[in-house]
Design a protein around this ligand. Structure first.
Ligand code: EPU
Length: 348
C-alpha cells in the first residue's frame, strides 16, 4: 500500500471542505487495513478512518496523522429460500447495495435508498431514514480491533445500536475499523411504508419494492438530501444536528416560546415520558429559515437541518454558523442541539 503525503481531504467529503491529511493511504484489502494501523502506531500518528465522507467536517488545517481511506470492494449474496445475507465490503457505496437489494426483490433497506456514503459507515451511526434503521437488518459487522490487532466479528447484539449510535461511535470509537457488514434481507417481507412522508406519497396504495425506492429518492431529492454535483443545497453532511429528545412536559413551554398551540408543534412521543422534536423545526423557529446565509456557509433552501457549503465555505465558517444556531435555539427554547457530523482534525 502506498502512503502519500499532504493529500487534500475536501474532495473526499460531501461538504467539500477541509485541509490536507499529513499522510493518506487507500486500503483495498484487510491486510492493507492492518498495515495502515501499524504505520500509524510506529510513526506515533493519529489515525482517521475515512469512509464515504458524507458525515464529516474536516478542519481547515487538515488532519495531522494518517487518513486511511477504506476502499475494500465486493458484495456477496448467499440465498437461503426467500431470505438472503448480503455481505458487503466496507468501501462499497451504500446506495449501490440498496439498489441491488431492491432489484433482487429483497426488502429491509429500501427506505435507506439514496443515502450517500459507504457501507462501512452505516453501522457506525446506525443509519436510519423513513422508518428503517440498519440495526434492523445487520447480522454482524466485521472489524479490525486496534486493541488486539486482530479481525473480529461483532454480532448485532454486541454493537450497542441506538438512535444515530453504536459502540463504533461511542465507547469503541477509536478501537474498531469496519471492513465488512452482513445484512439479512427477506423477499417475503412487505416493503416498509410507515413514515408520514411515504404514506402521504402513496395515499393508501400498497407499493411494490421498487416504487418505495423511487418514492424515497424523490422525497430525498426534494429535501436536497440526494447529492447532485454542483448543487449547493446538497453540498452538506446531511442533517447537521440530531433530533433532540426532551421531556413531554416541556411541550407547553416550547409551544409558548414559538407562540403556537401545543398541537401545532411537531413532536413524536417515545412512550417513556419524552418526545423527539424535529431539530429542523426548532432551527427555523429560532430565526434561521431555509436559505439563511452566513458568508459562504448557509442553510439549505430545501431543509433547515442541512448546513451547506455555498461554494467556498471553510470549516471555520460552518462552525461559526453552528455556534449561532446552537446559541439561538438555546436562547429561544432552552434546548441544546447536538451536532451529528464527525469532526476531523485538531480539537475546536
Ligand atoms: N421541518 C421543518 N423545516 C424543514 C424541514 C423539516 O420545520 O426545513 C420539520 C417538519 O415539521 C417535518 C419535520 O421537521 O415534518 C421532520 O422533517 P423530516 O421528515 O425531513 O425529517 P428530519 O427529522 O428532519 C430525519 C433524519 C434524516 C432522515 C429523515 C427521514 C435525523 C437527524 N435526521 O430528519 O437523516 O433522512 O429523518 O427519516 O434524525 C441524516 O441523518 O443525515 C438524515 C438526512
Amino acid at each position: 500500500m502506498k502512503f502519500a503525503e499532504n493529500v487534500p481531504l475536501a474532495p473526499y467529503t460531501t461538504f467539500r471542505i477541509g485541509g490536507p491529511a499529513r499522510w493518506f493511504a487507500e486500503a483495498a484489502t484487510e491486510e492493507d487495513v492492518a498495515e495502515g494501523v501499524r504505520f500509524a502506531r510506529e510513526g506515533n500518528l493519529p489515525l482517521f478512518v475515512l469512509g464515504g465522507g458524507s458525515n464529516l467536517l474536516v478542519a481547515d488545517s487538515g488532519f495531522p496523522g494518517l487518513a486511511l481511506h477504506i476502499a475494500l470492494r465486493g458484495i456477496a449474496v448467499s440465498r437461503d429460500g426467500e431470505k438472503a445475507i448480503f455481505s458487503a465490503a466496507a468501501g462499497e457505496q451504500w446506495d449501490g447495495l440498496a439498489a441491488l437489494a431492491v432489484q433482487e426483490g429483497y426488502a429491509g433497506v429500501e427506505c435507506l435508498s439514496g443515502i450517500p456514503g459507504s457501507v462501512g459507515g452505516t453501522p457506525v451511526q446506525n443509519v436510519g431514514a423513513y422508518g428503517q434503521e440498519v440495526s434492523e437488518t445487520i447480522v454482524s459487522v466485521r472489524v479490525f480491533d486496534r486493541c488486539n490487532h486482530a479481525f473480529v466479528t461483532l454480532a448485532n447484539s454486541e454493537c450497542g445500536f441506538g438512535y444515530r449510535k453504536s459502540i463504533l461511535n461511542t465507547t469503541g470509537r477509536d478501537r474498531y475499523i469496519v471492513t465488512r457488514v452482513d445484512y439479512a434481507l427477506d423477499r417475503n417481507r412487505a416493503p416498509a411504508v410507515q413514515y408520514r412522508d411515504l404514506e402521504a406519497y402513496f395515499k393508501g396504495r400498497t407499493p411494490a419494492l421498487p416504487q418505495v425506492r423511487e418514492a424515497v429518492l424523490a422525497i430525498r431529492a426534494r429535501k436536497g438530501m440526494v447529492i447532485v454535483p454542483g448543487e449547493a443545497d446538497s453540498r452538506s453532511a446531511g442533517s447537521f444536528f440530531k433530533n433532540p429528545l426532551v421531556p413531554l412536559a416541556d411541550l407547553g413551554r416550547i409551544a409558548g416560546a414559538s407562540a403556537v398551540a401545543p398541537e401545532s408543534v411537531p413532536h413524536y412521543p417515545d412512550g417513556k415520558g419524552s418526545m423527539k422534536l424535529p431539530a429542523a423545526w426548532l432551527v427555523e423557529r429560532a430565526g434561521f429559515p431555509r436559505g439563511y446565509v452566513l458568508g459562504e456557509a448557509g442553510i439549505s433552501n430545501r431543509h433547515a437541518l442541512a448546513l451547506i457549503n455555498r461554494g467556498h465555505a471553510t470549516a471555520a465558517g460552518i462552525l461559526a454558523l453552528r455556534d449561532l444556531i446552537v446559541e439561538g435555539v438555546r436562547r429561544h427554547f432552552g434546548i441544546e442541539l447536538e451536532p451529528e457530523p464527525v469532526w476531523v482534525g485538531e480539537q475546536q
